[in-house]
Design a protein around this ligand. Sequence first.
Ligand code: ZN
Length: 187
Amino acid sequence: MNKKRVEELVRALLIEIGEDPAREGLVKTPARVARSWEFLTTGYRKSLRRTINGAIFTAQSNNMIIARDIEVYSLCEHHMLPFFGRCHIGYIARDKVLGVSKLARIVDVFARRLQIQERMTEQIAHEIRRSVNAEGVGVVMECRHLCMMMRGVEKQNSVMTTSTVLGSFHAEAATRAEFMNLALHSH
Ligand code: ZN
């Protein structure tokens, strides 16, 4: 990302919305915004294989593994405004499992880019299945979208829920129900 170029764009945007980029409070804003966009879009420049590297372990059982309430902060690609909430992940391992902290790192790689919630939910599920060849994977995301909340499009507290189920989570109703129960109704 060319930070100087982004700073120029932000300065131009400030002028277009009727601001004075030279006033005291705004002088450093273009540089701050450029730095924050660089961070918020690191997902474009991170390799998933390197993110996961070294944190795949031999499975001790093939029980369902659940990680609930992983924090998510992303940006909607339609308005470039934040959406945020929680991600719940479940999978059934065959012979390999992921280190717990890696699930959150995978979520971050997909969240730190322009997104739509439905696609991010699918990408996370497919990546977990790919990385450990899981027998089944389920991902549920519950997020609030500032583009809806701030513009008054939807009720202020409405939460959008999306889910993706793959493998045995897709094929077996009982497995899917067990996951949905653990993911959604225990908090
Ligand atoms: Zn939006």
